[in-house]
Design a protein around this ligand. Structure first.
Ligand code: SAM
Ligand code: SF4
Ligand code: SF4
Length: 345
């Protein structure tokens, strides 16, 4: 269990700040239909110009300040983080910050060669989460929408395992009518493989993915499907605020997880802050507004000023979007919400 530090800043619901997700790019080589649909993210789409991206030293500084304020876990994400130039250098810089207990990355693994996996590991990356929504070529290509072959992602997963990353996780977003037939395929494939599979309920992030509640497959249903072939039982969480609900195969062949953001929200324990590739702080995945840290940095603000800014934002935090989602009286302005590819998963 991760304990909070004595001086740790708390939000309005007494939640500490423990995790920081850093998006290092808003670009991606996939066009997953539920994340960066090509009708929106087509050739004319205006991605962030390079000069607007936080530079490596700026990201490192931001990470250091968040760690001072209590963050112990950092996840690198995007867009597709492997696209970012000098990623290994960034990881080396961040892993050197005193106080970080966990440094991980979420990737589509399309570019995760053995050489790349080794250089990331050597730079200090401790864990990798790989996204893979289907095992059959047709469904996978229908989802990534760039005809990317599933075999290359499977090689990326093998490379992560061969390199020695601890606790490699495979994340699969399940959408009814798209890839719900993949649940058992994925469970069969990854059971006993050394990688832990986690199913994610499809969320209403952003405003371009045409989310409909009917497309959400509740984790309870996924569990029923898995039980038709494999007996599983729940496991108690590793630590307070653990996002995935853990289950284990009764035959001892490992664990499987479920991220129930829609049907059983976990805002009560949410200790995650996010920083976008352009240096805006978001205190919720469903936020419509970020707080601009980059301007402050580029105006020459001191560490003390930046730290105060972070503390002020966190201490005023009242986000609990997923808990409120089920409340019919809540009107949601979905047009303004930030996109997942911009803010990171
Ligand atoms: N490109 C990297 C990847 O795909 O792993 C990292 C960024 S991606 C935005 C992070 C994760 O968010 C992926 O696992 C993706 O499947 C998930 N994701 C994107 N949109 C989602 C949605 N609407 N609901 C649930 N998960 C979503
Ligand atoms: Fe790219 Fe990841 Fe979004 Fe797919 S889910 S489009 S791989 S950022
Ligand atoms: Fe955290 Fe917002 Fe998700 Fe709730 S909806 S768990 S506050 S990111």
């Amino acid at each position: 269990m991760v304990e909070s530090q004595p001086h740790q800043v708390r939000d309005k619901f007494n939640r500490p700040i423990r995790d920081l997700r850093i998006s290092v790019t808003d670009r991606c080589n996939f066009r997953c239909v539920y994340c960066m649909p090509r009708e929106v993210f087509g050739p004319g789409y205006a991605f962030v110009p390079r000069s607007e991206l936080l530079r490596l030293e700026e990201i490192h500084r931001v990470a250091r300040i968040f760690v001072q304020e209590g963050v112990t876990k950092i996840r690198i994400t995007g867009g597709e983080p492997l696209i970012r130039r000098d990623l290994e250098q960034l990881i080396e810089m961040i892993s050197g910050i005193d106080g970080i207990r966990d440094l991980s990355m979420t990737t589509n693994a399309s570019m995760l060669t053995l050489e790349r996996a080794r250089s990331l590991y050597g730079a200090g990356l401790a864990r990798i989460n790989i996204s893979l929504d289907a095992l059959d070529q047709e469904t996978f290509q229908e989802i990534n929408d760039v005809k990317f072959p599933v075999s290359d992602v499977l090689s990326g997963i093998d490379n992560a395992l061969a390199t020695g990353f601890s606790n490699v996780k495979i994340n699969s977003v399940i959408r009814k009518g798209s890839n719900d037939h993949s649940i058992l395929d994925l469970a069969r494939h990854f059971r006993g493989s050394g990688a832990t599979l986690r199913f994610i309920e499809f969320m209403d992030v952003g405003s371009t993915n045409q989310w409909q509640r009917e497309q959400v497959m509740p984790a309870s249903k996924m569990i029923d499907i898995i039980k038709t072939e494999f007996p599983i039982a729940p496991v108690s969480p590793n630590y307070e605020g653990e996002v995935a609900k853990r289950w284990r195969y009764l035959d001892g062949s490992g664990e499987i997880g479920f991220i129930t953001s829609v049907t059983q929200p976990f805002c009560r324990d949410c200790s995650r802050a996010r920083i976008s590739a352009v240096g805006k702080i978001y205190t919720c995945l469903f936020a419509s507004n970020g707080h601009d840290l980059k301007d402050l940095i580029r105006e020459g603000a001191s560490d003390a000023v930046l730290a105060r800014f972070v503390r002020e934002i966190w201490s005023n935090r009242i986000d609990r979007y997923s808990e409120l989602r089920s409340d019919a009286s809540l009107t949601r302005d979905s047009a303004a919400r930030i996109e997942m590819s911009y803010i990171g998963g």
